[in-house]
Ligand binder design. Structure first.
Ligand code: ADP
Ligand code: MG
Length: 224
């Protein structure tokens, strides 16, 4: 499903450059749940962004669902993401000017050949209900708690039935109980949709739920 082969990412830095990922090799099978752990600054977010096609490696190959992400341009990557990729962020990243229901509709409107106006609305309502927020559809993100915002972003992430879901420290900004609720929901939705899941976390209890744990240290993948 996902193959990263010799993936290196270098950023320009002052007069020189900073290599934040060194020749990373990772393979994720279809429907696998892989957790990426490692200290802050070790390159976890960078790696996730490359696997999800948000960014391109400096060298090396990334293949997602049979498509080479390192060779296609941003438009093609954006199209692929809108068709096949879901993303959950630590900071929720809901659009502040849209209501909860409108946020969930965004990926439906971007995905090709789905539903039409009434289909979008009913699918978005169904998802909000699934995450326990059917009475909050008309609320804006600022009117929702952190846990509620993350549940809206789960509904958004699964809306267009992605084949792969990437989650970057999805509980990082939540207290322990709220985070646990979000994780239960994430696992349920993932189970139902049979999505491949790649999740970055600091939380070792959460990582322990994964089929496999990989560890990054200073931009290098080491076995966990
Ligand atoms: P993690 O998610 O493990 O905390 P990151 O992937 O966010 O780590 O960052 C890894 C390293 O890359 C850090 O040293 C960070 O400062 C650096 N970095 C991340 N993004 C950029 C960027 N756009 N430009 C320059 N350096 C970056
Ligand atoms: Mg990070």
């Amino acid at each position: 499903m996902i193959v990263a082969d010799g993936v290196t990412k270098t950023y320009p830095s002052g007069a020189g450059s900073l290599t934040v990922l060194h020749e990373v090799h990772l393979e994720v099978e279809e429907r696998d749940f892989v957790a990426i752990v490692g200290p802050s600054g070790s390159g976890k977010t960078t790696l996730l962004g490359l696997l999800a096609g948000l960014d391109r490696p400096t060298s090396g190959r990334v293949t997602l669902d049979g498509v080479r992400l390192d060779t296609i341009d941003e438009d093609a990557r954006a199209r692929l993401r809108s068709e096949r990729v879901g993303f959950v962020f630590q900071t929720f990243q809901l659009l502040p000017t849209l209501t909860a229901i409108e946020n969930v509709r965004v990926p439906l409107e971007l995905a090709p050949g789905t539903g039409g106006e009434s289909g979008f609305e009913s699918r978005a309502r169904e998802l909000l209900e699934r995450v326990g927020l059917s009475d909050r559809g008309d609320h804006y993100p600022v009117q929702l708690s952190g846990g509620e915002q993350q549940r809206v972003s789960l509904a958004r992430a699964f809306a267009h039935e992605p084949t792969v879901l990437f989650a970057d420290e999805p509980t990082g900004n939540l207290d322990r109980d709220t985070g646990a609720g979000v994780i239960d929901l994430l696992r349920e939705l993932n189970e139902e949709a049979q999505t491949t899941l790649v999740l970055v976390t600091h939380d070792l209890d959460l990582a322990a739920m994964a089929d496999r744990i990989v560890r990054l240290e200073a931009g290098r993948l080491v076995s966990a």
